[in-house]
Design a protein around this ligand. Structure first.
Ligand code: ADP
Ligand code: MG
Length: 349
């Protein structure tokens, strides 16, 4: 890679032209792992490092004020909790167990000691819930706004690790929990904010939306499911967590496993409040589930042999199956129309 300081003669490509994933692929192309113990570099939910009988997992996620959260409705303890949970979710997506985190903060002078302590209240709650140790980090000044970046470490038995690329044709596609709620919750919070700005005497009316707002502000990592996989003797063939939206995540499994997929509209798990609130906003609940993102549920595939083990599980839903690449990525609507699956995901650029 040539690094030019004089940008004036360089070709300029807008990040939006290649997108976030295109950019990551471009970076990855320059960094082929050279350490033989690096089992997995860029391209999965975590990197994987060979420790012998165990694999070490590591992942980072950064949340920026004004991009990922708005402090006018995000309480600081929830922010601390969420910043940890979204990283634990990536460890879970490798079938791993989280062990340690580090936390990096960029703080402008708008933030007091008490504000930082409020963030750490949430960090502590997540550390206790997921049984991880906070072992370090970094604190710097930020010219404006708040940045919180968390790195999580975890481990997994080497024969139990699950990548995005292991799905096989005819594997069953499953998702945990319910989808679309976090996106709907965000719409509610945005609306309340606008109403508050227009009329500061108004009290926000959030009780009716408690579930979806909670999905946005305080998502949980599905470590419970990882423990259940162990108890039930289930080894997913591929897995990813739902941070960008089901369609986008399904695309990652397809691309990396070299397969196509069929997803059934009538199988999408959408919780009642999310469904009703989406309708209130005149947005399609299915589209919230497919493209909303930030649900932090687990999307995974299992072999047909494992179906018996999950079929009566109240929180695991079978939503489709993997098919040959030539059959494409399809979405089967309620009226049995087969259409091409669209993935818009989140666009930050
Ligand atoms: P996730 O949504 O699971 O957190 P991302 O889509 O953010 O995953 O990232 C996909 C892959 O790209 C991961 O392996 C991640 O470590 C890697 N990645 C993301 N940003 C960068 C970067 N700036 N430099 C190197 N690797 C990156
Ligand atoms: Mg992920």
């Amino acid at each position: 890679m040539t690094i030019e300081t004089d940008m004036s003669e360089e070709k300029r490509t807008e990040i939006g032209e290649i997108g976030e994933f295109g950019l990551i692929e471009r970076i990855a192309g320059h960094f082929i792992p050279k350490n033989e113990k690096t089992v997995k570099g860029i391209g999965d939910d975590t990197a994987v490092y060979d420790l012998g009988d165990k694999y070490l997992l590591t992942t980072s996620d950064m949340l920026l004020e004004g991009v990922h959260f708005d402090l006018s409705y995000m309480p600081l303890p929830h922010l601390g909790y969420k910043a940890v949970a979204v990283n634990i979710s990536d460890i879970a997506a490798m079938n791993g167990t989280p062990t340690q985190i580090t936390v990096n903060l960029g703080l402008s002078n708008r933030f007091s000691v008490e504000a930082v302590e409020a963030i750490y209240e949430g960090v502590k709650a997540a550390c206790d819930e997921y049984n991880v140790d906070l072992v370090g980090g970094d604190t710097t000044a930020s010219p404006s706004g708040l940045v919180i970046s968390v790195t999580a470490l975890g481990e997994v038995d080497r024969d139990k690790v699950v990548y995005r690329n292991g799905a096989m044709e005819n594997d069953i596609l499953c998702v945990t929990g319910d989808l679309g709620g976090a996106f709907v919750g965000l719409q509610v919070l945005e609306r309340e904010k606008q109403e508050y700005l227009a009329n500061p005497d108004m009290q926000p009316q959030l009780e009716k939306y408690d579930y979806v707002v909670g999905r946005q502000l305080r998502p949980k990592a599905r470590m419970d499911i990882i423990h259940e996989f162990k108890d039930l003797g289930i080894q997913p063939t591929s897995m990813i967590d739902v941070s960008d939206g089901l369609a986008s995540e399904a695309f990652h499994l397809c691309k990396q496993s070299g397969l196509g997929v069929a997803i059934y509209e009538d199988k999408l798990p959408i919780e009642k409040q999310a469904f009703e609130t989406a309708a209130e906003f005149s947005i399609d609940p299915n589209s919230c589930a497919m493209n909303g993102g930030e649900d932090y549920e687990l999307l995974f595939t299992i072999g047909q042999d494992d179906f018996e083990k999950i079929k009566n599980h109240p929180d695991i839903h079978t939503i489709g199956y993997m098919q040959a690449k030539e059959k494409g990525r399809t979405f089967v609507t309620r009226s049995q129309n087969v259409v091409e699956l669209q993935a818009q995901g989140w666009r930050h650029f």
